[in-house]
Design a protein. Structure first.
Length: 54
């Protein structure tokens, strides 16, 4: 019988990063609407890493 162990990575750091980027994104949406898209790459990347897609 072959033993296969999957190591589960902790994604807490990525979720915290996502929440911070989401806060920045919402702030930019409210204050500087024309610049909100600058926070999209950070928010999407952090979300993907939090979901362990990257």
């Amino acid at each position: 019988m072959e033993a296969s162990f999957e190591t589960k990575k902790s994604t807490t750091r990525h979720w915290v990063s996502f929440v911070i980027w989401l806060g920045i994104l919402i702030t930019l949406m409210v204050v500087y609407r024309e610049f909100f898209w600058l926070a999209l790459p950070g928010a999407v990347t952090s979300f993907a890493r939090g979901m362990d897609l990257l």
